[in-house]
Design a binder for this molecule. Structure first.
Ligand SMILES: Cc1cc2nc3c(=O)[nH]c(=O)nc-3n(C[C@H](O)[C@H](O)[C@H](O)COP(=O)(O)OP(=O)(O)OC[C@H]3O[C@@H](n4cnc5c(N)ncnc54)[C@H](O)[C@@H]3O)c2cc1C
Length: 462
């Protein structure tokens, strides 16, 4: 059995920080970083932290733009917990260690003749990190990743491993499926899977007016529909995907590299760089980028179509609005993105997700449209743009993606989530001392309330 390793991290030579997220905007200097590889190692690492009075945070692969995984206490890095523990073939269920990256999980499932029913844009996240922030793909009939879960094993601050499911503890289960890292350290996840399938995807440009008028129909008719719009253009780049039993007909590695790595990253990167230094060129370059993309087709195993490489680094905010407000929300965001003073050089992205029942899922009990805005990650240039989009989203009862930039706090969020109070009750039950709290959870959930000598007291913010 691999031994749990608890070690002092070496500081990054240039920054002095021990941990940075993918976009390098969030950083921290944890007192201790532990790398548990097993259930026993995870329990030991949690206990080591809590008995020493340190806060604990599990970090996934650091793909959140928010400080969701940041801590100055004990950081648990869980990528070593990456095994498939059980496969139930007739039931199409798998029990998996929660640190596995989605890409590894896809490949391992494929070898067992299984697949995840839907995925987001990339597959570099850990399973626990992805579900904890309600990571989603697109497809009006499909729910987010956390909705595919049947059971969760989670270690609380006292070192106890709880097995949560709809049968054992429905409230805790519906809280922990999208728990923002605030309830404990997830050791394993049991997921429903499906038989492997292929996706045929067409990427094509369509007139923006046609897409705005028809997006509801496109979202209903196609299994997985999404689109991008560059500001200052009247074209939408549509991704139209259908599930199929046809045999895979993958493009050559060179064609894939040209389309997905070079076009989606290098050209976009060059575009972003040029526009950073010559903002006046944004409208002309946007038109060029939108017109330059022809029709391309890809027919391959689902997981090879859903996810692609994102080498260009950026910052992002994404809001989830009721599907009924999709058109109004997208038009409003485009109006903002087209303001020349905001110098927006990145496209907006629009996706569709079905309602689910995790207490803090942004698509909780409502069919949803997600609108994402992106910006150069350097400096504070994104602020006026993101602030304007955020105010617009408030009009539609928009709920922010937990892993993407936003400025909402618990007072704003409480009214957006009908079961917010129930989530807090579960948190009080599973993590009464706030061992898994950090500044981000204190902002979005409020400070932990501890029972002391029969009274309640607010835990002081650090
Ligand atoms: C390039 C890029 C593309 C993206 N594409 C999409 C997309 O298509 N759709 C989408 O919805 N999102 C997308 N995201 C956002 C991303 O999926 C989420 O932010 C996700 O949470 C990142 O997973 P992670 O493993 O990096 O977790 P981290 O960012 O490291 O952590 C996220 C949260 O999970 C908690 N956590 C992690 N592991 C555990 C555990 N074992 N127990 C308890 N809590 C834990 C952390 O404490 C933290 O609160 C994208 C992000 C990037 C950078």
């Amino acid at each position: 059995m691999a031994k749990a390793k608890t070690d002092k991290p070496a500081a990054d030579r240039q920054t002095g920080y021990h941990w940075r997220n993918w976009s390098r905007e969030q950083r921290c200097r944890p007192e201790v970083i532990a790398h548990p590889h097993t259930r026993e190692g995870l329990i030991e690492a949690v206990m080591n932290a809590t008995t020493a009075g340190r806060a604990v945070k599990v970090a996934g692969s650091g793909h959140s733009f928010t400080p969701a995984a940041v801590t100055d206490g004990s950081m648990l890095r869980i990528e070593g917990m990456n095994r498939i523990l059980e496969v139930d073939r007739p039931g199409n269920r798998v029990k998996v260690e929660a640190g596995i990256r989605l890409g590894d999980l896809n490949r391992k499932l494929d070898r067992h003749g299984l697949a995840l029913e839907n995925l987001g844009d990339i597959d570099k996240q850990t399973l626990a990190g992805a579900i904890s922030t309600a990571t989603h793909g697109t497809g009006a009939k499909w729910r987010n990743l956390s909705a595919q879960i049947e059971a969760i094993e989670i270690v609380t601050a006292d070192g106890v491993l709880h097995e949560l499911s709809e049968a054992s503890d429905p409230d805790a289960f519906r809280a922990a499926r999208v728990g923002i890292g605030a309830l404990g350290a997830i050791y394993s996840v049991t997921m429903r899977t499906v038989a492997p399938f292929r996706i045929e995807r067409f990427d094509r440009t369509r007139p923006l007016g046609e897409v705005l008028a028809g997006m509801d129909k496109l979202a209903d008719e196609l299994d997985h529909f999404e689109f991008y719009v560059f500001p200052h253009t009247d074209t939408a780049l549509c991704r139209e995907s259908t599930r199929t039993d046809a045999a895979a007909d993958p493009p050559s590695a060179v064609a894939t590299y040209a389309q997905e790595v070079v076009l989606e990253n290098w050209v976009a990167g060059a575009f972003a760089t040029v526009t950073r230094f010559v903002p006046a060129s944004i409208p002309a370059l946007s038109k060029l980028a939108a017109s330059g993309s022809g029709v391309s087709r890809k027919l391959d195993h689902s997981f090879r179509v859903f996810a692609s490489e994102r080498q260009l680094k950026f910052t992002e905010m994404e809001y989830c609005v009721p599907r009924a407000n999709a058109r109004e929300a997208v038009e409003g965001v485009l109006e903002i993105a087209n303001r020349r003073d905001l110098k927006v050089a990145f496209p907006i992205e629009v996706r569709f997700v079905a309602a689910d029942d995790a207490m803090l899922s942004p698509s909780f009990e409502r069919d949803s449209c997600y609108v994402a805005v992106h910006f150069d990650r350097h400096g504070e240039g994104h602020k006026p743009y993101f602030d304007a989009v955020e105010s617009l989203m408030a009009r539609f009862g928009g709920r922010p993606h937990w892993g993407k930039r936003h400025t909402r706090d618990d007072a704003d969020l409480r009214g957006l989530y009908p079961r917010f109070g129930d989530f807090l009750a579960v948190r009080e039950r599973l993590d009464p001392g706030g061992a898994f709290a950090n500044e981000y959870t204190e902002r979005v959930l409020g400070p932990v309330v501890e029972p002391v000598a029969g009274k309640k007291r607010r835990r002081r913010k650090k």
